[in-house]
Each structure stands twice: as structure tokens, then as C-alpha cells.
Design a protein around this ligand. Structure first.
Ligand code: PLP
Length: 379
């Protein structure tokens, strides 16, 4: 075989669904941005990470476990699922752990979806809510938000009437940061076919909780005897994005057992499991992180709005901003100052960027630079 023949043979091995998948966009590589733009310092606002750091208890827990790195992790994640079970008053057998909550999104699709099944999700939305279903050969229907980034009850009712097998819904939504109310969640529960699996992705729930209008998904779903799972993560408010730990609380242990069959046995490493137990045990640190995030998000949103930019009302740790110009170009210009944000590429949002937080000083630099690029002046 020649190299060309080999490449073509390789390409024909790849499943059609996989070959056609959109590629996940993790945002620009900080080293590359620093090199290309010759900047010494990078301000990374592209991945909704936590600039305030994890609990100090995390470093101590990881340090203690380092000597055991020769051993495989606990495949059942017993200590963490039990700690979560106690904190949430849910039996541990209804809790599943993932290598990040994105791992659980993937496992759900592998366990539930057949080719041709329908999945309903929101647009704009988290790209993995589309990529993983399509990987399984499922069809994805997206429900658009309103012009004000809000929930569109009629559009949801229409999409749910088309008999989806699985519904992915993020609350708060990524990228807008907008949260659904209890009444909006109830509407989805009422319209979804009773046999459909409702997946409520609460990656940013801790940031939204101080708002009394934010519904606890488990509370809303608890009394509905239908299949559901609520997904959460240690990546965001707990500041453990690098450790990769997420979890799901399922309506029924049967779903957890199905996910256990498709997951790799050691999907969450032991350092990560211990880090998560330590982070969960430091609720004071979490509360302070959430408080500081809320202050900073409100401050930045107000400055951008005062300067005339449209910013979605965010209940999360990031802002969705209409720059009113080509977002890719805005992103390139920000790179020159070492600032990395994400240009949103979904149809209808090509002038939008999503920016998360850094330190208050870095956030100020970002706002100043963005307003310059957009030709806006602070009032
Ligand atoms: C809505 C949503 N769900 C899930 C995830 C996955 O997070 P992780 O895999 O780090 O838990 C993200 C990450 O950005 C997200 O925005």
C-alpha cells in the first residue's frame, strides 16, 4: 500500500457519523497566542474556569494520595459517591461519576441512543449536547432562545411533540448564562414524552443558587415518575476543571447501572476523587467563590451595558456579549493583548463572544480593550 492508499483505507474505516462530526472548540491555545502575538502574559477567559482557585483542602488531599499513584483508582468511586449522597440526601446507588460531566453526557448517549433517534436541545447551546448524540447516529433538533435569550415555551412544546428519546437542557445555559425558572422547567416536563430521558445539565448551578428564582432541578424532577438525570461538575464553582470530575444524580439506579456498563472501569482517577471529596467538604470556600463571582459578573455586565453593548443576563460565571462586529476578528484583536475569549460560531450569533472571569484587574483590562475594539466609550 502507498501512503495515499493507506490514508484512504483509514478514512473508510471511520464511521460515517464520526467523519461528519463537528470538532469541539476548546478555545485558542494560550502558548500559541503568546507566541504569535509576542505577549508575555495571557488572560484566559475562554473556558469558564474559576479564577479564585480550589479549596486549600484540595492540594492537601492530592498530596496525601500521591504515594498511591502506582495503584488503580477505586472503580466505584465509593467515598465520593457516598459523600455526595450524604450532601444531597440521595442514595449513593443513584449517583454516577464521570471524567468531567462531559464524560457522563457521552455515556448517556452511548447507553441510550440508537441511530435515527431524536434528541432535543437548545440553541445556542453547549456543543457536546449535539456532538455526542450525532456520534451515535441520532438526529438533533435545536430549540432557539427568544431574541432576549429567554425560554420559548411554544417552540419547546413543538420540538417535544416530535417524540425525542433524550432531551439535553442546561440550566443555566452555556453560552448565554440565562437560567430557566421552575415554571419553565415544569413546562418542559409537561410537554416531554413520559418515556423520554430528561438530562438537566447543571454545570453552573452553584453560581445561580443565590437567586431565589433558580430552581433546584432535583427538587423539580423528584416528584415526576419518569426518567431523568441531573448533571453537575466540580470543574466550575469548585475550581477543579483540571482534575476532571463530574457527577450525575439519576431518577433511578437502573440508569446508573447502564452507564456503569459503558464507562471505562477507572474513568475517574484517584487524585481527582480525593480532590472532589476535599472540595465538597469546604462549603465555606464554595460560598466565597460564588459570592466573588457574582460581584464580578454584575460589575462587568453593568460596565459593558453602560457602554452600549448587549449582554445576556447571566446567572453563571461568564458573559455572552454582542460585539456587533465579526466575533472572530474581535477575538484576534483581543489576542494581541494576550486576552483569550471564545467567538461563538452558531448561526445567528457570529457577532457574539463568551467571556468568563479572571482577576478583577485582568477583567478590567478585558473590558477596556473590548470597548476600544468595539469603538465604545465608557460613560
Ligand atoms: C453546560 C456544560 N455542561 C457540561 C460541561 C462539561 O464540564 P466538565 O466536563 O468539565 O464537567 C460544560 C463545560 O464547559 C458545560 O458548559
Amino acid at each position: 500500500m502507498t501512503r495515499v492508499q493507506e490514508a484512504s483505507a483509514m478514512a473508510s474505516l471511520v464511521r460515517r457519523e464520526v467523519a461528519g462530526l463537528p470538532v469541539y472548540d476548546p478555545g485558542a491555545d494560550p502558548d500559541e497566542v503568546a507566541r504569535v502575538n509576542d505577549v508575555a502574559r495571557i488572560i484566559k477567559l475562554s473556558n469558564n474556569e474559576n479564577p479564585f482557585g480550589a479549596s486549600p483542602a484540595v492540594a492537601a488531599a492530592v498530596q496525601r494520595r500521591l504515594a498511591d499513584v502506582t495503584r488503580y483508582p477505586d472503580p466505584t468511586g465509593k467515598r465520593l459517591t457516598e459523600a455526595l449522597g450524604r450532601a444531597l440526601t440521595v442514595p449513593a446507588e443513584r449517583i454516577v461519576l464521570g471524567n468531567g460531566s462531559e464524560n457522563i453526557l457521552e455515556l448517556l448517549c452511548q447507553a441510550v441512543l440508537d441511530p435515527g433517534d431524536l434528541v432535543v436541545t437548545q440553541a445556542p447551546g453547549f456543543s457536546l449536547h449535539e456532538i455526542f448524540p450525532r456520534m451515535m447516529g441520532a438526529r438533533v433538533r435545536k430549540v432557539a432562545v427568544t431574541a432576549e435569550f429567554g425560554f420559548d415555551p411554544a417552540a419547546w412544546a413543538g420540538a417535544l411533540a416530535a417524540a425525542p428519546k433524550l432531551v439535553f437542557l442546561a440550566n443555566p445555559c452555556n453560552p448565554t448564562g440565562v437560567m430557566l425558572t421552575a415554571a419553565e422547567l415544569d413546562h418542559i416536563v409537561a410537554c416531554a414524552p413520559p418515556s423520554a430521558l430528561l438530562v438537566l445539565d447543571e454545570a453552573y448551578c452553584e453560581f445561580a443558587r443565590p437567586d431565589p428564582a433558580y430552581p433546584d432541578g432535583m427538587e423539580v424532577l423528584r416528584d415526576h415518575h419518569r426518567p431523568w438525570i441531573v448533571l453537575r461538575t466540580f470543574s466550575k464553582a469548585y475550581g477543579l476543571a483540571g482534575a476532571r470530575v463530574g457527577y450525575g444524580i439519576a431518577s433511578n439506579a437502573t440508569l446508573v447501572q447502564a452507564l456503569d456498563r459503558v464507562r471505562t472501569p477507572y474513568n475517574v482517577n484517584q487524585l481527582a476523587q480525593d480532590a472532589a471529596v476535599a472540595a465538597l467538604g469546604d462549603q465555606a470556600h464554595l460560598t466565597e467563590t460564588v459570592r466573588r463571582t457574582g460581584v464580578e459578573i454584575a460589575r462587568l455586565a453593568a460596565r459593558l451595558r453602560d457602554a452600549g453593548l448587549r449582554v445576556a443576563p447571566s446567572a453563571a460565571n461568564f458573559l455572552f456579549i454582542d460585539t456587533t462586529r465579526d466575533a472572530d476578528e474581535v477575538v484576534r484583536q483581543l489576542h494581541r493583548s494576550g486576552i483569550i475569549v471564545k467567538a461563538w460560531r452558531e448561526p445567528g450569533y457570529q457577532t457574539f463572544i463568551r467571556a468568563s472571569l479572571s482577576t478583577p484587574e485582568d477583567n478590567d483590562l478585558f473590558v477596556r480593550r473590548l470597548l476600544e475594539i468595539c469603538g465604545r466609550r465608557e460613560r
